[in-house]
Design a protein around this ligand. Structure first.
Ligand SMILES: [Zn+2]
Length: 414
């Protein structure tokens, strides 16, 4: 039996419970001073406060002194596109000189450039590269993440991506929850076809979704509902088919234009809706009614220089808010969830307690992991971070540095 004691925690701060927190509860955290946590075989056995030490704690196989610092649950990144071939840094000078998204696409860039490079990459190449990203995340305090396919747009490559992610979930300390997102863009050959988007949706529904389900490669299905990609009726068709097959649902909605994606998210009982920069009142009401988690991605807004999702309003309307990195090679080439927390504070105007909920229990629930991770409570996984900070205010205030001193995953120092 492997045991670990983390003692001398100046402040232990965590949301509590196994469910998504909305409204006032989004800002409710348990705060324990002078705390200690005892972990046995990866599971939290006891948490004490006010200088008390858990029973058996002093005999633990390993004792870590937190030296009076802040400890929170391990962070959960609920939205990434972290597996992809190549990079797109060559687009930066083009963008600076004023090239539009369409100019870049015409020059052979954009998402279809990543699709070509991902199709060309081997299993081993994708595995090694994504493993590096997971290491980087872990070093920055992220212990659980979501990862989507969607740079293959054909069955072979989508399956390759999901198999890499599945293998990494087994091999790497970070828990990786996979989402099938074959409906990320319209492939080049379908773009030139008449009704190409409809025909591609047909292929996704009849071939790819059933294959992915049958082979247990993903529990979630996601689609990009946006002007020039898939419209609301196409998204509905795809998500209904996914639901029928037993997938849980996500939808990239209202990033640029309110296209009905967030309304659909509520109607179809999606687990989460993503982006939501341009969400309208009807979308907000639909999501609030159905309890859909708003997966807000402020680093993407920052990187694109566009406006920010109305996260403050969402909390006021009783929508559970999560904030994630959206790490991808185009619109957000950063996996730094600490920077996302800074932006959630400065641009969304969320309070530090609300932000902690948005990067722990709320995304954990949106990944179906709320009973295992996302809070520090007896019976949950021993996933936690010791921060080079005295409190959450400090974590939201310092930006640009990595303040994670020590990440612990299932009771192991990683
Ligand atoms: Zn995304």
């Amino acid at each position: 039996m492997a045991t670990l004691l983390v003692k001398n925690i100046g402040l232990l701060q965590t949301p509590t419970g196994n469910y998504s927190h909305k409204g006032a509860e989004q800002g409710e955290n348990l705060k324990l001073k002078d705390a200690a946590i005892f972990i046995e075989d990866g599971i939290i056995k006891e948490i004490t406060a006010d200088g008390a030490i858990p029973a058996g704690g002093e005999d633990a196989d390993m004792i870590v002194d937190a030296e009076g610092k802040l400890v929170t649950p391990g962070l959960v990144d609920g939205h990434t596109h972290m597996i992809f071939g190549g990079y797109r840094q060559h687009e930066i000078p083009m963008k600076i000189k004023g090239a539009t998204y369409l100019d870049i696409l015409k020059a052979g860039g954009g998402i279809l450039d990543t699709v070509r490079k991902t199709r060309a990459a081997s299993f081993e190449e994708l595995y090694g590269k994504t493993e590096g990203f997971l290491d980087e995340m872990l070093g920055m305090g992220v212990t659980t993440c979501e990862a989507k396919s969607g740079y293959g747009l054909d069955l072979e490559t989508e399956v390759k991506m999901l198999e890499v992610l599945k293998k990494l979930n087994e091999d790497h300390p970070v828990d990786v929850v996979t989402t099938f997102m074959g409906a990320h863009a319209i492939p080049e050959d379908y773009k030139t076809m008449e009704n190409g988007a409809d025909k591609f949706i047909e292929l996704l529904c009849e071939e790819m979704l059933p294959y992915v389900k049958e082979h247990g490669l993903a529990d979630y299905a996601d689609i990009f509902c946006e002007e020039g990609v898939f419209d609301a009726p196409q998204s509905q068709k795809y998500l209904e088919k996914a639901k029928e097959l037993g997938f849980k649902l996500r939808i990239h909605a209202d990033e640029i234009e309110p296209m009905g994606g967030s309304v659909l998210a509520g109607e179809i009982s999606a687990v989460s809706a993503e982006h939501l920069i341009a969400i309208d009142q009807a979308g907000l009401e639909s999501m609030a009614k159905a309890g859909v988690t708003a997966m807000c991605l402020p680093a993407t807004s920052f990187n694109l220089g566009v406006s920010f999702a109305p996260a403050r309003k969402m909390i006021e309307m009783g929508i559970p808010v999560a904030t994630a990195s959206d790490f991808n090679p185009g619109s957000c080439p950063s996996l730094n969830l600490q920077f996302v927390m800074n932006l959630a504070c400065l641009r969304y105007k969320l309070l530090p307690e609300e932000i902690l909920t948005a990067v722990t229990i709320n995304p954990a629930c949106a990944l179906g992991m709320g009973d295992k991770v996302g809070t520090l409570e007896v019976g949950k996984q021993g996933d936690l971070v010791i921060w080079d900070a005295p409190d959450m205010d400090f974590l939201c205030y310092r930006f640009g540095s990595n303040l994670a001193l020590q990440t612990i995953k299932k009771g192991m120092l990683v």
